[in-house]
Design a protein around this ligand. Structure first.
Ligand SMILES: Nc1nc2c(ncn2[C@@H]2O[C@H](COP(=O)(O)OP(=O)(O)OP(=O)(O)O)[C@@H](O)[C@H]2O)c(=O)[nH]1
Ligand SMILES: [Mg+2]
Length: 450
């Protein structure tokens, strides 16, 4: 348990009805006495005057004392609810500081909760994800993980894995019977179940990550093809300037929409063409910088009146210049200008829309969802981190290798080793083997006071 006591303002900065100061550590009870003038009973809300460091009453509010280990951090915790004014809150903090309490680092309360076994690492990370969640779906996924659903799935996988390990290792102890024993169909079932549990957890976690991070889409193409009009149509707002003058957009415009809970960061850029205008050149440089970082490029071309004249030679050469590692969706805009006969023909690899009339926009949204691999799992998304996905993928590989070495080579020793490596991956997720550096990195991304 940490020896020093920490304090922070837990509410967002600015003025509000209520502001909260949180203190955790062995000095919490003494600080409560200094600030309220009384000995607080645990878990009893106490309406009391608050005194500053000079002993003057600065406010009346609620003080709550939690005796460790029955608290958020597992230590003695004091929560002071005053009016939400930082001048007041700062004075409350000052009393604590004078008594030798130091300011908490970002995420330090939750870090202590983790170190004192109040929650595991995935739950601690879910706290931060819940605070940051920008959609209701992302928040639900974070709550599921915070309530331990992710951890429960992981421990279920661990149990199954241990089962397989015991089975394989005990087979090794009976070397003569090894081959038959390891080829037992019951063992194959166990491996299959384990594999499918990992697959299911991966799907739910990937959905959670998508709900939190979304995907970023850059709208690119020649000038005047309707990129900004498409941005406006997708967001339903009149954000970008649209004119019939080629080279209207110069700045990079960023907007966010969500499609069935999937956040999509849409970036409108300057049309790409040869130009001597230094402002337009800078716009194009910025456009290309955005393109390089996108998850996907929406390459817009203008519909020709007839089917065969959609792509100009300029479109083609621009398309060939795009970075090859970023996936591209070709969107043919201005469908309303097309001849009826051309509309009837379908274009396999491209999406036909009209930013003006809204035609094809729903189809485009479905396409984006599909490209992102966004599928709602029946059990619900679980908030997770990319490192969890990496660990789960590695875990699955080790399990598959173990199974193969049993089936193909009857190599029990190798299988046992693979299963041991698989277990290391689980320990990485739960935080059992996590290095201090990684812990520092994880908690530093929290807000102060949590
Ligand atoms: N008929 C029709 N006109 C459109 C459509 N989309 C855009 N336009 C028109 O095409 C012209 C150019 O539209 P913008 O959205 O400014 O095109 P842009 O690609 O952003 O152009 P730059 O910013 O110059 O690169 C405007 O006159 C729009 O009204 C569409 O779906 N149908
Ligand atoms: Mg534009």
């Amino acid at each position: 348990m940490s020896s020093d006591t920490i304090a922070a303002i837990a509410t967002a900065s600015g003025k509000g009805a209520i502001g909260i100061v949180k203190i955790s550590g062995s000095k919490s009870h003494d600080i409560a006495k200094l600030i309220t003038g009384q000995n607080l009973s645990p878990r009893l809300a106490c309406y009391t005057p608050f005194y500053n460091a000079d002993g003057l009453t600065i406010d009346h509010g609620i003080a709550l004392f939690f005796k460790g280990p029955d608290s958020y951090t597992g230590e003695d915790v004091l929560e002071l609810q005053s009016h939400g004014n930082h001048v007041l809150l700062d004075q409350l903090l000052e009393v604590a500081t004078h008594a030798g309490v130091r300011s908490a680092r970002p995420g330090e309360f939750t870090e202590r909760a983790f170190l004192n076994d109040k929650m595991d690492l995935t739950q601690a990370e879910a706290v931060s994800d819940l605070i940051q969640a920008s959609t209701a779906d992302a928040a639900s996924a974070a709550v599921r993980s915070l309530q331990g659903e992710f951890s429960k799935q992981v421990s279920d996988i661990l149990e199954q894995l241990l089962n397989c390990r015991v089975y394989v290792e005990s087979a090794l102890d009976f070397a003569e019977e090894e081959i038959d024993f390891l080829k037992d169909s019951d063992l194959a079932d166990r491996f299959a179940r384990l594999d499918s549990s990992v697959t299911q957890l991966l799907a739910r976690s990937q959905e959670g990550i998508l709900l939190r991070d979304g995907i970023s889409i850059v709208i690119a193409g020649l000038p005047n093809v309707g990129k900004s009009s498409l941005l406006n149509r997708l967001t339903g707002e009149d954000t970008a300037i649209v004119t019939d003058i080629a080279g209207t957009t110069r700045d990079v415009l960023k907007e966010e929409i969500n499609i069935d809970g999937l956040p999509i960061h849409i970036i409108d850029t300057a049309g790409l063409r040869k130009s001597d205008d230094p402002i337009e050149q800078e716009g194009m440089r910025r456009a290309r910088a955005q393109i390089d970082q996108a998850d996907r490029i929406l390459f817009i071309v203008q519909a020709g009146e007839y089917q065969h004249d959609h792509y100009t030679a300029e479109d083609e050469s621009l398309l060939n210049e795009l970075p090859s590692h970023i996936p591209v969706s070709i969107v043919i805009n201005k469908a309303d200008l097309m001849h009826d006969t051309a509309k009837e023909s379908t274009y396999q690899d491209s999406i036909l829309v009209s930013a003006r009339t809204g035609q094809g926009i729903e189809h485009l949204k479905d396409h984006l969802k599909q490209c992102a691999g966004f599928e709602k799992t029946p059990e619900g998304a679980l908030m997770a981190r990319r490192r969890h996905i990496t660990a789960l993928n590695n875990l699955q590989l080790h399990i598959q290798m173990a199974h193969q070495s049993l089936v193909n080579q009857s190599a029990g020793e190798i299988a046992a080793e693979e299963l041991r490596l698989a277990q290391d991956q689980i320990n990485l997720i739960t935080g059992e083997f996590t290095s201090d550096d990684l812990l520092g990195e994880i908690f530093s991304r929290f807000c102060i006071g949590k």
